[in-house]
Design a protein around this ligand. Structure first.
Ligand SMILES: [Fe+2]
Length: 373
């Protein structure tokens, strides 16, 4: 399968994965099923719901299979329950019940179980969030990324459950902040930023006695930075809760790879560069090295441009070096070229990936030719 941006979808293309619509009003909506041949009506529906792209079947790339990171059933259930808990918290002006915590813990337990049984933790996810369900999808992704990092670090199941719970609840305090500030398209004033900074403490105050002290500290410290420039307390390295150090990395990764009202999503390869640049300043170096093993710089099924001027599609990633995947080139006439293993094949050591793009100019030609094979 190939990841094709909505702009380049054409009637006749075949959907390679079920397409779910996650919105705050309806969480269990299966919009289109795998195998569906797209026509103009379906393409318009995909555009209407603001999907940036979908996976399309393609003979030349039939060996590329992008698995869901957790099962669709669990994802739908998790998003619905996170949404309910966050809204109840908002409606009750910060009240949270032991029942709600029990619900969240049970979701986390299911996620931990699914991830522990996964052979490959590579996070090959292009996750464009629906605007109105951003917070819930973000919390779920932070939980998934943090638990996966915990698995890579060799943490116990007990600790994985604690990290997951802290991740799911980490931004609940934002529900008490006015939406005009949270979604403000421009730069925040100092006053507005002070309000944003209250969210870890808001959450901590309400969750006291309901979660373990470690979970509480993780939520409180998720915006602290190793060099002491974070908030709310400006804690330095050894004083920051260890779970919070994991949450901080997952939080920034997921936020930057998402479209926000004030900026477009950043490509995963650029986010990896950014994170590495912040090692030992904002983020813990060792934890970051484990995090880098579970994410990918170039998600499979997406287009990259090589230093030899060729366009290629990412076929396989290697956790040993996420910047040098196996790619399949595409010739100028839209036919498929050869596989280049940028990590293992000495012949291609001098070939580098210049950049990635979900919709290069020349993809419009390429997509038509490849997809109509
Ligand atoms: Fe936060």
């Amino acid at each position: 399968m190939l990841y094709i941006t909505t702009k380049y979808l054409k009637p006749g293309m075949i959907l390679a994965k079920d397409l779910y619509l996650y919105s705050s009003s309806n969480f269990s909506s299966l919009m289109l099923v795998k195998g569906q041949v797209l026509n103009n009506t379906y393409i318009n529906r995909i555009k209407y719901h603001k999907f940036d792209g979908v996976y399309i079947e393609n003979e030349a790339f039939s060996d590329i299979d992008v698995e869901s990171y957790i099962s669709d059933k669990l994802k739908t259930k998790a998003l619905k329950e996170i949404r309910d808990t966050y809204y109840e918290f908002q409606i009750g002006s910060g009240k949270i019940t032991p029942y709600m915590i029990k619900q969240m813990s049970s979701i986390v337990k299911n996620i931990v179980t699914e991830l522990l049984y996964k052979d490959d933790l590579a996070y090959n996810v292009i996750d464009f969030k629906n605007y109105d369900s951003y917070t819930f999808q973000h919390c779920l992704n932070v939980a998934i990324l943090s638990i996966s990092t915990g698995i890579s670090l060799g943490l116990s199941e007990y600790k994985l459950n604690e990290i997951g719970l802290a991740a799911i609840l980490h931004d609940i305090g934002k529900m008490l902040i006015p939406l005009e500030i949270l979604n403000k398209p421009g730069k925040l004033t100092e006053e507005e930023f002070e309000i944003i900074k209250t969210h870890p403490v808001n959450a901590m105050n309400q969750l006291k006695n309901l979660v373990s002290p470690a979970v509480l500290r993780a939520i409180e410290d998720h915006h602290e930075k190793i060099d002491g420039t974070g908030y709310p307390n400006g804690k330095e390295n050894s004083n920051i809760n260890p779970y919070a150090k994991i949450l901080a990395i997952s939080d920034v990764y997921d936020a930057l790879t998402s479209d926000r009202p004030y900026r477009k999503a950043v490509f995963p390869n650029e986010v990896v560069e950014y994170l590495m640049g912040c090692a030992d300043k904002h983020f813990d170096y060792e934890i970051l090295n484990h995090f880098i093993k579970i994410i990918v710089a170039y998600p499979i099924g997406t287009f990259v441009r090589l230093s030899n001027k060729q366009l290629a599609v990412v076929v396989k990633n290697y956790s040993e070096n996420i910047s040098r995947p196996l790619v399949r080139t595409i010739n100028k006439d839209g036919t498929v070229g050869e596989d280049l293993d940028l990590l293992h094949d000495k012949e291609y050591m001098n070939v580098t990936i210049l950049d990635m793009g979900y919709d290069y100019e020349n993809c419009s030609v390429t997509n038509t030719l490849i997809a109509s094979k």
